[in-house]
Design a protein around this ligand. Structure first.
Ligand SMILES: NC(=O)c1ccc[n+]([C@@H]2O[C@H](COP(=O)([O-])OP(=O)(O)OC[C@H]3O[C@@H](n4cnc5c(N)ncnc54)[C@H](O)[C@@H]3O)[C@@H](O)[C@H]2O)c1
Length: 329
């Protein structure tokens, strides 16, 4: 069997947020219905490089597709090396033989599948008439979070805040023409959060950046930044007030937004209402009242990577994109 090599540029050209949302939603549903196999990700930490490396594998039974990602998060990459914070590579595997059918850049795929997971969460958990979005952090993940929201909600009124003003300016010029709506910079996190229907946090913070008292009833929060040990963005009091939905109970309790409050005894694992897949599959309720606060704690799932990578692989094959090589003979 030949293996298809797909470069970063080719993967970026093939990615469509609409298609990735559909694929990620299907995979999340499969997790709930027992049609997906996925152990939690495993991580090693490189303190000396302010980075970590994760290995993530999964099998999507409904499409008979398996795969693995190695993904690293190195916070100093943009400043020191002009590289993205998240760097990743994905291998898709034929489950029947174990042969690698594709090897591809996973950096943009990670960003799209993370955006798509945020989109699916907002589709099921935010109030349907949501318009005002507060973005806290305007780096790479913020772009795909907003792209996904724009696929699902009309006429967005976006408030953007980042510690770096330059990042906000770059974000607005990159995203202004790509979304249905408008984006304005704001002066503080509180300004981004207060009065927003949906709040998206994508910072690598290790202490809360959002205070409970800034958040209005009815808000949905996509908490994206906390995806490895020690990171967190939300006031534990806010988590206590909210209906918490996680992407994976075990992974979130180990490395997600809920890890710290659960370890410190401020929250119990039973305070987590459901996994997002359970809500997508109709096994658990999502939002039940317009004034409810909902929080989606996203840690990033291997099933999302394989689902999004499979979209890229199928399109590459259809269009004759990529280069084949032989790894196993
Ligand atoms: N949950 C997931 O599935 C998932 C997937 C990918 C990345 N991540 C995580 O998301 C975070 C962001 O990743 P990225 O690729 O967008 O990084 P990035 O460096 O491109 O963007 C992060 C932005 O946050 C800003 N920032 C930092 N601290 C802030 C603060 N206190 N207030 C406001 N802004 C602040 C930075 O200036 C930067 O612009 C990281 O922690 C990463 O590990 C999570």
């Amino acid at each position: 069997m030949e293996t298809l090599l797909i470069t970063e540029e080719q993967a970026a050209d093939l990615l469509s947020m609409e298609e990735v949302i559909e694929a990620v939603e299907r995979a999340l549903e499969g997790k709930a219905t027992g049609d997906v196999m996925m152990p939690p990700k495993i991580l090693i930490r490189f303190d000396q490089y302010n980075g970590d490396l994760a290995a993530m594998i999964s099998y999507l039974g409904y499409s008979n597709m398996a795969g693995a990602k190695i993904g690293s998060v190195h916070g100093d990459n943009p400043r020191k090396f002009d590289l993205p914070v998240v760097v990743a590579a994905i291998v898709l595997v034929d489950p029947a033989t174990g042969e690698p059918i594709a090897f591809m850049s996973g950096t943009d795929i990670t960003s799209y599948r993370t955006g798509a997971a945020g989109g699916v969460a907002a589709k099921y958990l935010a109030n349907e008439d949501s318009e005002v979005v507060g973005m806290v952090g305007t780096g790479e993940q913020a772009t795909t979070q907003l792209l996904a929201l724009s696929e699902l909600f009309d006429g967005l009124n976006v408030k953007a805040y980042d510690l770096s003003e330059e990042q906000v300016t770059r974000f607005i010029s990159k995203m202004d023409d790509r979304i249905d709506g408008s984006i304005e910079p704001v002066d503080s996190i509180q300004d981004a959060v207060a009065g927003s229907d949906i709040v998206v946090t994508t910072t690598p913070s290790k202490s809360p950046v959002i205070s409970d008292e800034w958040v209005d009833d009815g808000t949905h929060i996509n908490a994206i930044g906390a995806d490895s040990v020690g990171k967190r963005e939300l006031d534990p009091e806010l988590l206590k007030r909210a209906t918490i939905i996680v992407d994976d109970r075990e992974q979130s309790a180990a490395v997600g937004e809920t890890a710290f409050p659960i370890n410190e005894g401020m929250l119990s694992p039973d305070d987590v209402h459901a996994e997002l897949g359970d809500v997508v599959a109709g096994q658990e309720a999502g939002r039940t009242k317009s004034e409810e606060i909902t929080v989606f704690d996203a840690t990033g799932l291997a099933l999302e990577d394989v689902a999004a990578a499979a979209v890229v692989y199928e399109k590459a094959k259809e269009r004759g994109i990529g280069q084949t090589f032989s790894l196993v003979s």
